[in-house]
Design a protein around this ligand. Structure first.
Ligand SMILES: CSC[C@@H](O)[C@@H](O)C(=O)COP(=O)(O)O
Length: 367
């Protein structure tokens, strides 16, 4: 992804070995790049959302393990790092996937070989994420192309929620990848970007990405989607996911469920783009079993933005002391999902649909 003509990933390792990230807390107002040098940095970066988005959380955790192995590669340090990083955010399954994967690779090695192997595997996880997302884009592109052809080349209007863009992954994004590919294919595509309260990842991150990539877009308040669908202004929805069950239930940023309900009521196709590490094959009932992160109520009562002075700060929008609830994700049942756009193709959101595309992994779905 390019920022002002320079290609960036959302996380990378410099030639001197330092791991760097874009600190997303300051976007779109400031592009701050920071180095993460120890396990504490990595834990803070994930927990306090310097980085966020399920695939990027996983990639960051992988590098967190590698950096720790360079300090202390003992069995105890490996196990403790799994615990410390796993405790940062509960919902995105990519975190556990990446930590398990690092442990699988490192555990059999003698400690003297672990740091080098860990940095190698973390880099591979990042490269794999980029390739997976590129393929998701190509598969999703065909859905957009079909709508464009049906409309005789007229503008295809896509609604997206939160940021499932390149900032949420290592590159390309999941929900945004079909959009970027459609643009490259010369398809007239327009994106309605949900602001995504309370943290406004749509307003702050997706709108920034669209801007840098030259994608036609409008920012809308979260409550506008249903109205636009009723008036035929949305051709399809594409969102991301933090955890998809073997049944095809999808857990994504709070508010996704309401968009899916509105899409169903209006006959608008509702697609979810996901890399396979986001599938939790052990969970059957998403509503009952997926842990939903509860964040600080301050994110509801306050909003961050740039003041007229240019300083980025928080403003209070509710009366002093207002109590607030802040569930960060919700679950959209499979029955509301038109299809799952994966790196292997588009699956029906059902155990059979997922098992057809992933027969090598769908053990739980099959029983
Ligand atoms: C490709 S990212 C998919 C999801 O992680 C994304 O849609 C999302 O909900 C991110 O939530 P966040 O709380 O910003 O980490």
């Amino acid at each position: 992804m390019k920022i002002d003509g320079t290609h960036y990933r959302s996380i990378w390792r410099e030639s001197d070995g330092t791991v760097k990230i874009i600190d997303q807390r300051w976007l779109p107002h400031e592009l701050r790049i920071v180095a993460l040098t120890n396990r504490r940095d990595f834990a803070s970066a994930i927990r306090d959302m310097w980085v966020r988005g399920a695939p990027l959380i996983g990639a960051t955790a992988a590098y967190g393990v590698a950096v720790q192995m360079a300090h202390d590669a003992s069995d105890a340090a490996l196990a403790e790092t799994w615990e410390v990083l796993h405790a940062t955010r509960p919902t995105a399954i990519n975190l556990r996937w990446a930590l398990d994967e690092m442990t699988r690779v490192l555990k059999p090695l003698p400690p003297s070989e672990r740091a080098a192997a860990a940095f190698r595997r973390a880099a591979e996880i990042c490269d794999e994420d980029v390739e997976i997302n590129r393929r998701i884009g190509l598969n999703g592109l065909e859905l957009i192309r079909a709508i464009s052809e049906r409309k005789g080349g007229k503008r295809v209007n896509v609604l997206t929620h939160c940021n499932a863009g390149w900032l949420a992954t290592v590159d390309w994004g999941t929900a945004t990848s079909p959009i970027y590919h459609a643009l490259e294919a010369g398809i007239d595509v327009h994106v309605f970007v949900d602001e995504t309260r309370p943290r406004n990842q749509g307003a702050q991150l997706t709108a920034w990405e669209m801007n840098h990539h030259g994608v036609s877009h409008d920012l809308i308040v979260d409550n506008a989607g249903g109205h636009l669908m009723q008036h035929g202004e949305i051709d399809l929805c594409i969102v991301g996911t933090d955890r998809t069950t073997a049944q095809g239930d999808v857990c994504n940023k709070i508010g996704t469920y309401l968009k899916a309900l509105a899409a169903k009521d209006n006959g608008v196709p509702f697609y979810v783009a996901l890399p396979s590490p986001t599938i939790d094959w052990t969970v059957r009932d998403g509503v009952k079993e997926i842990p939903i992160e509860e964040r600080d109520g301050g994110e509801v009562t306050h909003v961050q933005g740039r003041m007229p002075s240019g300083v980025v700060g928080l403003v209070q929008i509710s009366p002093d002391g207002t109590p607030a609830r802040n569930p960060a994700f919700d679950v959209t049942p499979a029955r509301l999902v038109t299809g799952l756009i994966t790196e292997r193709g588009v699956a029906e959101a059902s155990p059979e649909g997922l098992a057809r595309l992933f027969p090598d992994r769908a053990t739980v779905a099959a029983d």
